[in-house]
Design a protein around this ligand. Sequence first.
Ligand code: ADP
Length: 872
Amino acid sequence: MMEQYLNIKNKYKDALLFYRMGDFYELFFEDAIIASEALDIALTKRGKTNGKDIPMCGVPFHSADNYLPKLIKKGFNVAVCEQTETAEEAKLNLKKGPLKREVVRIISPGTLTEDNLLQRKNNNFLGAISNFNNSICVSWVDVSTGCFKTRNIGKDKSSNQKQLLTNFMSRMDFSEILISEDMNVDYIIDEWHPIIKKQPISLFHYQSCLDQICSYYNVVSLEGVGSFSEGEIIAAGVLLSYLNLTQCGKMPFLSMINSESINNFLEIDYFTQKSLEILKNLSGNNEGSLISCIDETQTASGARLLKQRIIEPFYDINLIQDRYDIINWILENKIDINNYQTSLQNIPDLERSLSRISLSRGGPRDLSLISRGLLGIKQISENLILHQSKRKMPRLLGSILNNLKIDYSLFSNITNALKLEVPLILKDGGFIKDGFSKELDDIRSFRNNELSQIMKLQNEYSELTKINSLKIKHNRMLGYHVEVRAMHDQSLRNFDLFIHRQTTAQASRFTTNKLVEVETQLLNSFDKAIKIELEIYNDFAFKIVEKGKEILDIVLAISELDISFMVANQSISRNYICPNISNNKILDIADGRHPVVEHQMRFSENSFISNDCKLNNEDLIWLITGPNMAGKSTYLRQNALIVIMAQAGLFVPAKKANIGMFDKIFSRVGASDDLAKGQSTFMIEMIETSLILNTSTENSLVILDEIGRGTSTFDGLAIAWSVLEHLHEKIKPITLFATHYHELTALKKNLKHLSCHKMSVKEWNNSIIFMHKILNGEADKSYGIHVAKLAGIPIEVTKKAAEILSDLQSKNNQIKQNPKKEIVKVNSKEVNNFLEEFDKIDVDDISPRQSLDILYKLKSKRQTYGKSKFKK
Ligand code: ADP
């Protein structure tokens, strides 16, 4: 047995080998040590090798589902090795030694299909990255839903490629990533390193990857499928090879491979996704994120599509308008939204059932879910078609309904064949209704006869022995047997008829020749019935997989409908409106609201205060001042979120919105805490800002909140100042800039496309009230001390702070009135050197990083000179 084990283990070195022995999966050697620790189960031993104990641990096979997720979540691959012959087959082949065993599947984080291992509303993506001729390409697949896509990240400068790859990976949230052994991992940020699985270089061979894809789709070339770069083909081929390996030759049903262009989407980078809390809040949980607030989809696939839309909204006015048209059609025709949403609620996760069936991992329940689900969809589409004549049907809705128009007879047949309640497990049968198969019915009636035969035998034996409590029972060890209480043991032994099998403290068990005969017939009939049921199942499963493409198209169509009904409902329940979208440079929102904050306030007695925003080529940058807590961040983010929702094809929380197409969104919050990674908060802030200055375009939306806060006042002010100037003069994106540096408002004199706005506050009774309303003009005070009071800082501390503040302010005024006092005397040689060096700087031609270095140099010079007085 150990020899067999070692042979198998040798082939699956990268996985923990779950070796089936009877009712247990056993692990040995290093695997046992790793798994016992990861699962917190006992480590035992079995036998010895070279005089040393062999470590072993095991889990019962029927509860493996409880243990597997723990290992998979920790990033391990598990190779499941099953007995692939029965004891009877081995006997027939006159075979000696252990029964044949084979690895039937490798479970890895990116190839899961089981519902209990997956999250309903999330895709589970396996990705592969290729680096061919300096261009980075990614392909990704969700085995559980059949999604299969590729994308060329680009051939740009390597820093930009790395950034685009990082953005993409953080959006897709991969479970496992395959790269070539020789690929430079520096392309991938540290956060993703734990899920990288390096693959042999040979797998990344262009021609064999192309062959893999063609053979999977059974086509001779990919020309008719789409246009793919070499790198995309390599990445996709690697995925197929990996699936072949992990699924041991059984391939899942995948949609037709599709190449997506990176330019079709509104690009949301890694920091923006985090700072706008799109999928997760700042602490990494779901609550308070945009998706958790707006997701009111009814189907699992609808929820997954919505998530993709939110992280990668459209950058194409037609695609967005198509979605709006369906929602408006639903509203204008007064379609009963509630009714449709209730029907959608009953649509099961068809993609996941299809995937399990295609991998021979499905069961009667999957058949039932698919067939009933599709019949439910047929009903929905028939109901919708009834409204066809009312108003001209929108283009996309027409093509959705077209996709739903298929022959549903297979699914009616399956529903007719299956019992209402079907078991989860296939191999025990019992899921086909009486009346569907004559052959099965005959066997079942024979079996019922045999069962009543057993009842008859029980009565007969009871009368014969005069023991009323005599029963014929069944257990796994003995099969059918006659059972009497131990005290009657001798009475039965007196009859030749009864053959003794077992005696325990309470009971004695016997059998009879007749009972054995009936039981054998019964078992044969069970086997026969199961065989017939399996044949029926396999036939249905085969036909379902044949219709796989149509089923996936239907799922996509129904997911679109699900989102449309959700938005139509939100336009009523949440007062969201349909934005006007155009290709103009415009962000004009009347009475906009923050979707999440507003939703969180729905039970509060205060209501959310709406705000306008009016930016365009003329009024390009809004500089927003106001005390802390006045609502600056909320205002900034609400505008970014409204743009994301609009470009995702959703309605938005506002009274009116005119929104141009944005190619990228950048949102930065100053001094975000990232100390754990060993970088100073200021450094992080500057890296993030440099990304904006290097990659934003005039069609981008830039949201900057308190940039420069992470350093001393003057550094911060200088940086914020020059960033604003650069945005205004060079890049010209629509920008919202919140700051507590009131000095910046002076910029409005020189920058004609910049205007100042403030979050209004009212003073009342020596305290302040935040109005959360944006007004023209600049805030005059910081109100920091008032906010400190609100936060519960002891009164004597805030009082003292007020005294210090007034002292500082009066000194500041004195300096302003008598500025000569502040002029320092500087040594002329020093000045000359300094000026010479300074003049060399070409401000327009340095990177943010270089400017930062200069600042540091200036700072250190200042420190070297210390407090010495220089002569002018
Ligand atoms: P700032 O960025 O100016 O410090 P925030 O945007 O963080 O202020 O807002 C402070 C608090 O005020 C938050 O709790 C937020 O929920 C609330 N708030 C902000 N804007 C509004 C608004 N328009 N209506 C109602 N409450 C708001």
